[in-house]
Design a protein around this ligand. Structure first.
Ligand code: ZN
Length: 114
């Protein structure tokens, strides 16, 4: 379960943010996770609960939003969502596409108590 190491990373970033802002406790964090990552939101949520124990992040709310995979065609510049693993441009059917969303793991916001 690689979610544990991801949760550890998130915790480190969040705690650093908390310290930089002289915060006391983390209340809520919002995460954005790309559909193409192999992260399972429920597993990450669970892993975060575990790694947060006995830290200022304990009992904080975690909101995870999954970002759908989005691509842009290099030929006609159409932007479209990838469905059913169909990586062809929805307009001109070329393979010349670039993934522009779906691989990221972003800490969108951190709410804290000061
Ligand atoms: Zn196209």
């Amino acid at each position: 379960m690689h979610e544990v190491s991801i949760a550890e990373e998130i915790k480190n970033v969040v705690i650093k943010k908390l310290n930089e802002n002289n915060g006391k406790k983390v209340k809520k964090i919002k995460l954005l996770i790309g559909e193409m990552t192999t992260i399972v939101p429920e597993a990450l949520q669970f892993a975060l609960t575990i790694v947060s124990e006995n830290t200022p992040m304990e009992d904080c709310k975690v909101k995870i939003k999954v970002l759908k995979t989005k691509a842009r065609c290099n030929l006609c510049y159409k932007e479209f969502f990838i469905r059913d693993n169909n990586f062809l441009c929805s307009k001109c059917k070329t393979h010349e596409i670039e993934i522009i969303q779906g691989r990221e793991m972003i800490i969108q916001s951190v709410e804290m108590e000061r």
